[in-house]
Structures are given as structure tokens and as C-alpha cells.
Design a protein around this ligand. Structure first.
Ligand code: ZN
Ligand code: ZN
Length: 370
């Protein structure tokens, strides 16, 4: 989908919500709509003018002087204004001067203080009617990925799988979790990643019982689990995968628990299909762990969507009622965490299709003992 059609869809959604223009300040939304990747931006999508003589621009991007070259290169097809005041201030002044009566903004992305500042810069008579709080329209459009985005997410996920293969040849008991994270991140950068999509989780031994065990100076044990949850950002899009391996011989309890988590994860993947309720995918994972007597240790939700951001809507969680749609990209990541003992998680990123899903992270999930 071209950037112009994204802008048109967002403008149409704003008009349908009863406003004449949309003010977008969430940077991933700005990037998705106009291609600009800078850190300072306010984008205005006004209603197209009905008078052919007065040509209203389709989109106006306000940024600051640091981004003159970048904004003109990236935001092709969007009018760029280099603001001398804060970009949001100039955007609000422009909105008022353009005769816009009601301008929508994303109520989940705008603080009370920011809204007060937005109102302060417009004429008094417009102060209380101009800005209209809306549900996140752009984030909603971003839930369904287009072909270009799917290709980018597929490439990012593929790089994640390559990094997992690499790290398996590197890991040894006695090295620190930090060393594993550093190797992974170094290899990611060499392979073209712009960065990691979140802080790398390497949780070993007893620390594997922490769902978000960021890498520490703890040494990998001679016997025990190592949970690795990591993602790269490639061409703006995030990857996300988790694998848990075992160093040394496992106890029967550890092995049984792993098999149950793997079965739960596969049941979750099997439940994914367009039209299925997200809460039902969560339940598919949870019921396997319930049968294994382990559900009490599954203390987080089953998954989330991802794209330009690592956590997007919809979430796959208990009792959630949104329906999956073809073109969504979601994670399936059940895990169990037994305090003081051990824990594990297995996570894939999948593309929702009409008939099921395609796993974008096909790294092996079967038991690995190093
Ligand atoms: Zn993850
Ligand atoms: Zn995840």
C-alpha cells in the first residue's frame, strides 16, 4: 500500500469520526503515514478541499531544523514545514489558521499537559471546540499489515532465526548472560539490524523463573535452562522470538514441564486463524497447561501484535474479545515460571491467514540439550 493510500484511509477514518482533520503525534504513526523517521514531528491530515481553486495539501509534516534534509527525502508527497517553534505548536497554529473547526487527536497518545499547551496556542474562541479526543484511528489501521510490511516483518523474523542458530554455537556454561546478549546483539548489528526491538532477555538457571530476566553478570550454570527472548529492528520493523534450551542433563520434572509448554505453544499456533477471538487463542495455550497441572505458573498473557512497535494491538490475553484478521502479525508465547526453581518460554511470531497462520520464526522448538 502506498503512503498516499495510508494517508487517505486515515483521513477517511477521521472524517467518519466527525472531525475535519487529524493531528498525529505518535512517531510510529507518523512514520507509517508519511515515511518520516525523525524524532520530532507533528503531522496534520486535513479534509481535502471541495473548492478546486483552493488546493489543500493532503498532509503537512511539522518538524525542526535538524531534519530538513531527512524530512524532504523521506516524507515524499507530504508538505514539510520546518518549524522555528516546537513542531506541535506550529501544527496547532496552522490548524487554527486553516479554518479547521474540529481536529481529532489520539487520546491515548496525548497527555493532559500537552492538550493544555495545544489549546493555549489557538485563538480563545476556538480553544474549547477545536481539539477532539478520538480513539487511536491510525494504530487501528496499522493492525493489518500490507504486503510491504509483511515482507519487512518476515525479513526481521528471519534474521532472528539466524541469530538463534548462531548463538547455539556460542553458548557454554560458565559464560555470563551478558556475554550471550552481547554476542547476539553484535551479530545482529553486523547483519544490518538498526537495533534490538527490546532489551535482550537471557535468563539462566534459577533466573529462568523470571519472565523478564534481562541479561546479568550471572554465569550460565552447568545444568539448567537458558531462556532467550530477543528481537531485532530491521528496516523499521521488529522481530520477536523466544527459545529455551537446557545445558547439561535435565531432570524428569524439567523435561516434562518443557514438553507441556511446547504442547501449549503449538496448541496456541494451531488455534490462530482469521475470525478467531484472541481470548480463545490464549485459552488454547492455557488449557494445555491446566491439564498438565502447570497453569498456575503461566503468569502472563499469550501474545501481542507487532510491527513498527514491539507491542501493538490486539493483545492475545485472557477474556479478550477482538477477532484476529488476515494480515495481522502476532506472537504466541506461553511460558511457566516456578519461583526458586526454573522457568521457560517458547515464542513464535506468526502471520494470521484466512485458513490458519504462517510461522515467521521457524527455528527448532524441540528439546535442545547442550
Ligand atoms: Zn519475546
Ligand atoms: Zn513477545
Amino acid at each position: 500500500m502506498s503512503l498516499n493510500s495510508r494517508k487517505k484511509r486515515a483521513t477517511d477514518a477521521a472524517l467518519a469520526a466527525g472531525v475535519d482533520a487529524l493531528l498525529v503525534t505518535n512517531l510510529p504513526d507518523v512514520r507509517w503515514l508519511c515515511g518520516f523517521t525523525g524524532s520530532s514531528a507533528a503531522l496534520v491530515l486535513p479534509r481535502p478541499s471541495s473548492e478546486p481553486s483552493r488546493k489543500t495539501p493532503h498532509a503537512v509534516l511539522f518538524t525542526d531544523g535538524r531534519y530538513i534534509a531527512q524530512a524532504n527525502a523521506e516524507a515524499v508527497g507530504t508538505q514539510v514545514v520546518i518549524a522555528t517553534k516546537p513542531p506541535l505548536t506550529e501544527a496547532c497554529e496552522w490548524i487554527a489558521a486553516a479554518g479547521i473547526k474540529r481536529c481529532g487527536f489520539d487520546k491515548t497518545q496525548t497527555t493532559v499537559a500537552t492538550l493544555a499547551n495545544m489549546r493555549k496556542v489557538v485563538p480563545a474562541k476556538q480553544r474549547h471546540s477545536l481539539f477532539v479526543a478520538l480513539d487511536p484511528l491510525v494504530a487501528h489501521l496499522r493492525q493489518i499489515k500490507d504486503a510491504d510490511e509483511i515482507a519487512k516483518l518476515r525479513a526481521a523474523a528471519k534474521l532472528g532465526c539466524k541469530l538463534f542458530d548462531h548463538i547455539l554455537t556460542y553458548i557454554q556454561s560458565g559464560m555470563t548472560e551478558m556475554a550471550v546478549a552481547a554476542e547476539l546483539e553484535h551479530a545482529a548489528r553486523l547483519a544490518g539490524a538498526e537495533g534490538m526491538s527490546f532489551e535482550t532477555i537471557i535468563a539462566s538457571g534459577e533466573r529462568s523463573s523470571r519472565p523478564h530476566g534481562h541479561a546479568t553478570t550471572a554465569k550460565l550454570p552447568r545444568r539448567g535452562f537458558v531462556t532467550m527472548d530477543f528481537g531485532v529492528i530491521l528496516d523499521g520493523y521488529c522481530s520477536d522470538m523466544t527459545r529455551t534450551i537446557h545445558i547439561g542433563r535435565a531432570s524428569a520434572e524439567e523435561r516434562t514441564a518443557y514438553d507441556a509448554v511446547l504442547e501449549a505453544q503449538e496448541a496456541g499456533v494451531a488455534a490462530v486463524r482469521a475470525g478467531v477471538v484472541t481470548g480463545d487463542v490464549d485459552e488454547a495455550c492455557r488449557s494445555v497447561l491446566r491439564s498438565a497441572g502447570l497453569a498456575q505458573w503461566f503468569t502472563h498473557s499469550t501474545g501481542h501484535s507487532l510491527g513498527l512497535e514491539i507491542h501493538e494491538e490486539p493483545r492475545l490475553a485472557l477474556k479478550r474479545t477482538e477477532k484476529l484478521k488476515a494480515g495481522m502479525i502476532v506472537t504466541i508465547e506461553p511460558g511457566i515460571y516456578m519461583p526458586g526453581k526454573f522457568g521457560m518460554r517458547i515464542e513464535d511470531t506468526v502471520l494470521v491467514t484466512r485458513t490458519g497462520c504462517e510461522i515467521l520464526t521457524p527455528s527448532p522448538k524441540a528439546w535442545i540439550e547442550l
